[in-house]
Design a protein around this ligand. Structure first.
Ligand SMILES: [Zn+2]
Length: 336
């Protein structure tokens, strides 16, 4: 009898333990579900009201990409998308620290586009470099490389992964991370290109940019075309090539690029002349020859923000990715 009672007691005890265990697990699951729904609600809320202030890389690390060739929109993880951006923007044989700088700049630019400067209705960013940001598919990139394709691609993936989640802020706000190919030794202030200054962008000197093919270029224009292009812009334009002062630089920007240039009877901005004659930069000089006008151009791009060849030159001199970023953008923080 005693044995039976003892057996029943043990059985009851076991049932209690099992019931308690099950109950606790249900509570835990319920707690998890509640936690998950709250997190989901927060994410949805943040996406609905996405601004630079509430942007959270850990929660919102996806971007809707519009492919310019097909018109298809695809949601991609930011870092997967950025590998293809870096592949389009910077030669893979550049130093790893330079590629990492490009990855941080591309991520910053992407977040800026998503939160502050959305140009497309259903997409965050497109693959047209003239509109948003350059992008190349892995297949197209592989076709352009002759050898070690997988190793090269992995180098780009590493540059992105090793800077995962990093973007640049100024006073807690995401910066407009302008960049260009070659500064020819000095970067340009944004006010001298588009008007409007930014506190983190100034003239910055970098040595070693002359060692890249993008440093020097020439543009030859026949005198006839030269006159036609400028007459097309200004009906009243006229020039007398016999006059020694017929092309005269009036003013330089702080970085030494051409700000104003008098050609014949009209004063042009350096940026307009760059546009009219497809010059690689506004850092140019002009020579008048018998039949032609020759522009000797230094650097490549608008010159504002990070210089890509400058980054590579700095990396070759031992600069780390953070030092490269802080060289080109002033008083900024690298958000992790
Ligand atoms: Zn676009």
């Amino acid at each position: 009898m005693k044995k039976k009672l003892f057996g029943l007691f043990i059985f009851w005890l076991l049932v209690c333990i099992i019931l308690n265990f099950l109950n606790n697990n249900i509570k835990k699951d319920k707690g998890n579900i509640e936690k998950y729904s709250m997190q989901k609600e927060n994410i949805v809320k943040q996406i609905e009201e996405l601004t630079v202030e509430n942007y959270n890389y850990d929660l919102i690390n996806k971007v809707k990409v519009l492919y310019k060739d097909t018109g298809i929109i695809e949601e991609k993880k930011i870092d997967e998308y950025i590998v293809n951006v870096v592949a389009a923007e910077m030669p893979v044989d550049f130093e790893s620290e330079a590629l990492k700088a490009q990855a941080i700049v591309a991520r910053t630019y992407t977040i800026y586009k998503v939160t502050k400067d959305k140009k497309h209705n259903d997409a965050d960013i497109c693959t047209d470099s003239n509109c948003c940001q350059a992008w190349i598919s892995k297949e197209d990139r592989f076709e352009k490389w002759e050898e070690s394709k997988v190793e090269k691609w992995n180098k780009l993936v590493s540059a992105v992964n090793e800077t995962k989640g990093k973007y640049i802020t100024y006073n807690g706000e995401i910066i407009n991370a302008f960049f260009h190919s070659n500064s020819s030794g000095k970067t340009e202030k944004p006010e001298d290109v588009w008007g409007g200054s930014l506190p983190y962008l100034d003239v910055v000197e970098t040595s070693g940019e002359e060692n890249y093919t993008s440093y020097k270029s020439e543009m030859v224009v026949s005198k006839k075309d030269f006159i036609n292009v400028l007459k097309d812009k200004f009906d009243s334009f006229e020039i007398d090539f016999e006059n020694n002062d017929c092309i005269k630089i009036i003013d330089y920007t702080d970085s030494g690029r051409i700000k104003k240039i008098q050609i014949g009877n009209i004063i042009f901005s350096g940026t307009d002349i760059r546009k009219y004659f497809s010059l690689k930069s506004t850092n140019f000089s002009v020579e008048i020859r018998e039949d032609d006008i020759i522009f000797y151009v230094l650097g490549y791009g608008h010159g504002v923000g990070l210089s890509q060849t400058g980054s590579d030159a700095l990396a070759k001199n031992g600069f780390t990715v953070d030092e490269i970023i802080k060289h080109f953008y002033k008083n900024i923080e690298i958000h992790e």
